[in-house]
Design a protein around this ligand. Structure first.
Ligand SMILES: [Zn+2]
Length: 306
């Protein structure tokens, strides 16, 4: 597995969940050392762990057992997402920025989007590797394509010099890609002849790259003298971010770029998505492996008893 090419600078603030107010809030003071003369040493930059996007995505399900504990431990480990609100529509990038508190709803909004994107990626990858796989059937659970209409108005002048407007809805040769879960727009539209899997790949890549916009800074990494380069130096590119949400989308971007597999947990009581550590990894956690074995044994005993 390739290493991530992202450096994450944390704010130095810890955060916690305030369930009563429905917010994730900063916990002062700033976790920094100073040199005795008021100059702060910020925490060292770090390379986020692979699998950050799937861990975040699994926070989406508020009904899941252990939801609160999982949410709290993620917040305690990583701090705030680094957003100032939710964008007004599906065509906009996240509102990256630093604040003192974030609504839990914003977290759930992005966790469920990252989850849907990971599911899409898994379907697209599986469709390519397995010809017998019913990719279009699986796709419908995540993404649907709806007829796009052209809406226009004509006005008719009345005797009182006011207009009466009539709406006209015309079918177009295009379809809108819409999330199945909540029927919200993805912001992507296609000619109706586009094969669904092809359209799904496009939706995936455009949303991930749009959500990196404004969150990632591209800079220079190592600079070494080189005779081959016209500048006399070879420069390694380095990505930086101050925002956890951008690090999450970057993780997703790198998963796709490196063609890493993602799995859905094999335990029937769990729908978590995860990056398998070994090729055989079937469960998202040891807890799910144990729960699944227990269930299988209980089932076997029941069958023997009959
Ligand atoms: Zn699981």
């Amino acid at each position: 597995m390739k290493n991530t090419n992202l450096l994450f600078y944390r704010s130095g603030y810890k955060a916690k969940v305030d369930w009563g107010r429905g917010k994730v809030v900063v916990v002062p003071p700033r976790q920094v050392d100073d040199d005795g003369q008021g100059i702060w040493f910020l925490p060292p930059r770090e390379r986020p762990l692979r699998g950050l996007s799937s861990r975040f995505a699994n926070l989406r399900n508020t009904k899941k057992k252990g939801f609160k504990a999982d949410f709290e431990s993620f917040v305690a480990e990583f701090g705030l997402l680094g957003i100032l609100g939710l964008p007004g529509n599906a065509y906009k990038s996240p509102m990256y920025g630093e604040s003192w508190e974030e609504e839990i709803n914003w977290w759930l909004h992005y966790a469920s989007e990252v989850y849907r994107l990971l599911r899409l990626y898994r379907i697209i990858r599986k469709a390519r590797n397995n010809k017998d796989y019913d990719a279009e059937g699986a796709l419908e659970e995540i993404l649907v394509f709806k007829q796009a209409y052209k809406i226009s108005y004509t006005g008719k002048l009345q005797d009182n010099s006011q207009y009466i407007w009539t709406e006209h809805k015309e079918e177009t040769p295009f379809v809108d890609a819409v999330w199945t879960e909540n029927e919200t727009e993805t912001g992507q539209c296609f000619p109706e002849t586009t094969p669904p899997i092809e359209a799904a790949s496009y939706v995936l890549i455009s949303i991930v790259s749009r959500n990196l916009a404004g969150g990632i800074i591209l800079g220079k990494g190592k600079v070494v003298p080189s005779k081959k380069s016209p500048m006399g130096y070879s420069i390694v590119e380095q990505r930086y971010t101050n925002y956890l949400l951008a690090a999450i989308y970057n993780d997703l971007w790198e998963l796709i770029r490196d063609d890493q597999p993602v799995n859905v947990c094999g335990y029937s009581g769990c729908t978590n998505i995860f990056v398998p550590q070994r090729k055989t990894g079937e469960y998202c956690s040891d807890a799910c492996r144990v729960a699944s074995n227990r269930k299988r044994k209980a089932q076997a005993q029941k069958n023997n008893g009959q």
